[in-house]
Ligand binder design. Structure first.
Ligand SMILES: NC(=O)N[C@@H](CC(=O)O)C(=O)O
Ligand SMILES: [Zn+2]
Ligand SMILES: [Zn+2]
Length: 345
């Protein structure tokens, strides 16, 4: 197959940041994607419906002329979040989900949840009104090995929350382990998972073997090869519980290439080329539309996009920049370590 037309995709987990970085990265997402779930981990975080409304306006102001793009806003769950504010935001149509960061788990998560009991009133309200919870699923205890933090989270936090509130709809974000895949597959209802582009492509060797490569460092950290294989199988299976959340998370190069570099891979520019490559390799190009364009909207109760995009396989590799220049500084583009031949027409 040399050309593939699918419904226009959506990105169900995206970091756009703010200010000059927002202006620099948004056009790459809005060029290909119709909608995206916008992560609220700004500094300070997007905590209230008023914060989300103001952030949405800044995103719309940064949108290039002629791009149709709908940001789906989220609220950053804190122990002080008001259930009424969440319900108002959801009922007004502004808020699509609430995001749970265990405090200290990842970039700008200091204001996240420490004691899950304190978040229960909000979670109960969300279960009542059918508003999904997106979770960064890693425990933060220093005793737990960083490669085990996702599996530990499922047992220590996610499963207990689901037992307490079975009606709560939960999106397990950026699943990186076979434990996560199995847990989602086994659950009867109200649980789905997003998978990033980069976790389908790299395992932990990319970060550590032959030299330390900070641009492959993200959270949850990439795991061993068997986990990557499990993610590939899940993504290319067509199972409606799994869909694309790129977790494209730009940081300027000086903050990645230093003694204590930030976590995050910037993939929005070449995600669709990477995905077409991955799905073709696994003889599953016919399932790409389900993963990128159908399963996500179905989970969030939205219609799939009517417009389409066409991916074409070129003889010569597509020329992506190594890095882009934003007003905030240079940002290195995710390198899949092989040439990409699929291009978005
Ligand atoms: N994925 C990452 O490595 N980083 C994200 C935060 C997150 O999604 O955990 C970021 O905001 O930089
Ligand atoms: Zn995360
Ligand atoms: Zn993220």
């Amino acid at each position: 197959m040399t050309s593939l037309t699918i419904r226009r995709p959506d990105d169900w987990h995206l970091h756009l940041r703010d200010g000059a970085m927002l202006e620099g990265v948004l056009p790459y997402t809005s060029a290909h994607f119709a909608r995206a779930i916008i992560m609220p981990n700004l500094v300070p975080p997007v905590v209230t419906t008023a914060d989300a409304r103001a952030y949405r306006e800044r995103i719309m102001a940064a949108l290039p002329a002629g791009h149709a793009f709908r940001p789906l806003m989220t609220l950053y769950l804190t122990e002080g979040t008001s259930p009424d504010d969440v319900e108002d935001g959801a009922k007004s149509g502004l808020i699509t989900a609430v995001k749970l960061y265990p405090a200290g788990a990842t970039t700008n998560s200091q204001s996240g949840v420490r004691n899950f009991d304190n978040a229960m009133p909000v979670l109960e309200r969300m279960a009542k009104i059918g508003l999904p919870l997106c979770v960064h699923g890693e425990v933060t205890s220093p005793e737990v090995d960083i490669f085990d933090r996702e599996a530990a989270f499922i047992e220590a936090v996610l499963d207990p929350i689901r037992r307490r509130l079975p009606e709560l709809r939960i999106t397990m974000e950026h699943v990186t382990t076979s434990d996560g895949v199995d847990y989602i597959k086994q659950s009867k209802a109200n649980l789905a998972g997003t998978i990033t582009t980069h976790h389908l492509i790299i395992n932990r060797n990319a970060i550590l073997a032959g030299g330390i490569r900070p641009h492959y460092y993200c959270l949850p950290v990439a795991k061993r090869e068997s986990h990557r294989q499990a993610l590939r199988t899940a993504a290319t299976s067509g199972n409606p519980r799994f869909f694309l959340g790129t977790d494209s998370a730009p940081h300027v190069d000086p903050l990645k290439e230093c003694a204590c570099g930030c976590a995050g891979c910037f993939t929005s520019i070449n995600t669709l080329s990477c995905l077409a490559h991955v799905f073709e390799q696994d003889e599953a190009l016919g399932k790409l539309e389900a993963f990128a364009s159908l399963n996500g909207p179905a989970w969030y109760g939205l219609a799939p996009n009517e417009e389409t995009i066409t991916l074409t396989k070129m003889d010569k590799p597509v020329d992506y920049p190594t890095r882009i220049d934003t007003g905030a500084g240079p940002v290195t583009v995710f390198d899949p370590m092989y040439p990409l031949h699929w291009a978005v027409a």
